[in-house]
Design a protein around this ligand. Sequence first.
Ligand SMILES: *Cc1c(COP(=O)(O)O)cnc(C)c1O
Length: 608
Amino acid sequence: MNYGIDIWGNDNFFIDNKKVKINYKSSPSLVKITKEIRDKGLRGPILLRFPHLIEKQISLIYENFKNAKEEFDYKGSFNAVYPLKVNQYPNFVKNLVKIGKKYNYGLEAGSKAELMLAMVYNNKNSPMTVNGFKDEEMISLGFIAKEMGHNITLTIEGLSELKNIIKINKQRFSHTPNIGLRIRLHSSGIGIWAKSGGMNSKFGLTSTELIEAMNMLKKADLIDKFSMIHFHIGSQISEIGPLKKALREAGNIYAQLKKMGAVGLNAINLGGGLAIEYSQHTDEIKRNYTLREYANDIVYLLKDISNNNRVKEPDIYIESGRYIAASHAVLVAPVLELFSQEYTETKLKLKDENPPLVQELYELYNTIDRTYAQEYLHDSIDHMNSLLTLFDLGYIDLVDRSNTEVLVNLIIKKAIILLKDRDSKELLQIQDMIQERYLINFSIFQSLPDFWGIEQNFPVMPLDRLDEKPTRSASIWDITCDSDGEISYNREQPLFLHELDVTQEDYFLGFFLVGAYQEVLGMKHNLFTHPSEATILIDDDGYEIKDSLEAQSVIDIMEDLDYDVGEINERLVQQIKSSDLIDDKVKSYILDEINVFLNDNGYLKTVS
Ligand SMILES: *Cc1c(COP(=O)(O)O)cnc(C)c1O
């Protein structure tokens, strides 16, 4: 049982000596790192960041495009920018910018705040692209970035933005950023994000608007600043076909615009969309192409179109975000409790005289063996159904019903262990009935918002005990009070975890590929905040834990919501001081205690 690590793991992790280890240099295990961080006092879920995985993704992209350019003797350059919307957290972005320097890797911004971040952190001379809707203030900010010396391209989403650029250019500035035009393609992407492309997409200029834009640029004497066309057909593009189709369309628009006098136009920006594989199960694999194929197709197609049209081969820009960021972060969360442990033999309350079917169940439970396991299983489920009907009709009492539940549960558990090397469909189905609910110290809304919002599955597995066959069909509960905070057991993609006594041992689950979109989309449902985090630098001798940050304290979260912190403190103190129910002698002790709670993070504390 390797939890599909060979499908989604991309050789970043491996199982050795029962544990999940990081496949890099000294190969530490995730459990060891987690325990070390917890020993320093951090509790609750912890997000681990691995900069070497950011470096791996960036270098893979540049390497594959370099190879493709060589293979097809492509004359244009290859460039990439990282779209900040995918993850803007400082301990990710700062590492990314540092690693990207030698590649001249740039940043993409889609809002004023992201543009400010790009201006502060982008490496000098690395490209900076700005997409999204812009008002005059944001356009001015782009001009300021240009005058600060940045290599910036403002991509226009509509003609009114272009009018504003022309106006602002005349009014104030002596240097003009490069201008990009987002084009509206008739080809659209596939999957849930397909609406980023296509004729009805939210973004981009139609052919008629493109011609108008060209005229406006010529008239304003800015045609030499128009350097790039841009499109983005959506995220997590699972099949290469639609991208190739869009690229053919965009390549021909590029050639046409050049022929119409776009003298400064020298680049095509293909946006993001490069997919990663999240699946833990072979039959669920989504992506049908490799990075090599992606790079080769792009370079080959653009070369072909440029040659046919006798125009210069364009510089290529991509804005992959998910592909760069997803793998760098792993969320480690402890199991707090198992919810069906009440079904032990000690819970049986058999009477001197039991209903015959209950008695029968008891005998099945005592005599079940390997040979008859499946047959006994069927019988016990039949008996249970009959007994439940008898209860509804008033023939048996609550104690009989409880004995039925306990016995059937015990029989199923025994049968599963006896039949554990048979992977039959039926067994999976039966396991559905005895799901164990694992209560995990995290919030799905905060840490896996795409699971809640768009049913995106993320790989999940225990970090230890991987030499033992897990026998419990598991559903995962988070600690929010929301019934959507559950990853329920799915027969098609079953998750099995180990039997466990949480009072005796720690058991950690790792949620993988959570580095793209999840952090900033995460919401403070029930006021659970961004988890604690740490950055792990691995070398040949060991590893270093850097930039540990504890999750926000309860009082900080309240302040974020614009509560008056002074008022909160005052009201608590006042209520404790004036309460007749608290002994005066312990009041100051209780005040100290509540102060500690306010300044702690709000996740639960595990037992051991
Ligand atoms: C979101 C976005 C991206 C990033 O897409 P990924 O699928 O994460 O690679 C790139 N470009 C634009 C314009 C975007 O809106």
